[in-house]
Design a protein around this ligand. Structure first.
Ligand code: OGA
Ligand code: MN
Length: 296
């Protein structure tokens, strides 16, 4: 069998969210297969692969077809007890002994920031290209991940708002996103580490050339704007860009691998019963440059 990709929802979102079949991506790919997947990503922004029984090693090998991996240093001070290797982000509610984290656990509370719409690593100078999330253990219900198409949202903006957004630069920091959920338990060292970085509000995709809105809960300022005006403007844009017509909600099956293009989408996690295990492993492919270096 060979790789085929079909739109997940051909009626309402024919160009966003593709389901792949006919390929075992836990095995090494040919360069032709890797290019086909990259073309699928350019078209659909999000791709779902079912029944991929990944080890961390195989997930890293698959991910490296698309670029270099980000280091997954789990930014918080009590994370010396890393469960997973340096290139695997631990998107679980488990501690180093595989016990479910206590309600008040700091890493758990920090991770609740993923419930806000975001694009991975927009707070880094060179932000993420693809994120690849592998569902190892899922709760019995809930815990969907939702994806919003920032290309479609940009295209559908009225000309006046496009004009307002053109040329704007935002400051992104995890301090801003966590402040939105009332998490401020940072050390001075972490505050320094999370210093804001600049990203364009409208970006152009390095491969397709399409424009999109580059939004994230990490964006808390617009350069040259008063803060309340920037926050109000960004809030409106986020509300607009995450309307249901732009959103695909992924209901996980165990051993799904979902790949999303952070350069063209936002995503967020949805709630689930916190006493159940949800164990997801993420690899992240780094982008090629800051959006500040992109011609728009
Ligand atoms: C991520 C993320 C959402 C989820 O892995 O980057 O935001 O549903 N995950 O776990
Ligand atoms: Mn994320």
């Amino acid at each position: 069998m060979t790789l085929s990709i079909r739109p997940i929802d051909p009626v309402s979102r024919p160009f966003f969210g593709g389901e792949a079949s006919g390929i075992d991506i836990t095995q090494p790919l040919t360069s032709e297969q890797a290019s086909e997947i990259e073309r699928g990503m350019d078209e659909f922004g999000v791709m779902v692969f079912h029944d991929q029984h990944f080890t961390d090693e195989a997930q890293m090998t698959f991910s490296r077809n698309f670029g270099e991996l980000e280091l997954a240093t789990n930014n918080l001070r009590d994370s010396k007890e890393q469960r997973l290797g340096a290139h695997i982000a631990d998107i679980s509610n488990l501690d180093a002994n595989n016990n479910v984290l206590a309600r008040e656990n700091r890493r758990r509370l920090f991770s609740l920031g993923t419930r806000l719409w975001h694009s991975d690593s927009s707070f880094k100078v060179v932000p993420a290209k693809y994120s690849l999330l592998s569902a190892r253990i899922i709760p019995s219900k809930g815990g969907n991940t939702e994806f919003a198409d920032m290309r479609a949202a940009y295209d559908a903006l009225d000309e006046e708002t496009k004009g307002q957004c053109e040329g704007l630069v935002c400051e992104h920091s995890q301090l801003f996103s966590r402040a939105q959920i009332g998490f401020g338990d940072f050390t001075d060292e972490e505050r320094r580490q999370f210093a804001p970085v600049h990203q364009r509000l409208i970006r152009r995709h390095p491969s397709t050339g399409r424009k999109s809105l580059y939004l994230a809960s990490h964006a808390g300022m617009i350069v040259g704007w008063p803060i309340p005006e920037a926050r109000a403007f960004l809030r409106d844009l986020n509300e607009y860009a995450t309307q249901r017509q732009f959103v695909y909600s992924h209901q996980w099956k165990q051993f799904d691998l979902v790949v999303w293009d952070n350069q063209a989408t936002m995503h967020r996690s949805r709630p689930f019963d916190a006493t159940q295990v949800r164990d997801m492993h993420r690899t992240t492919v780094t982008g090629s440059r800051s959006t500040m270096a992109e011609a728009v």
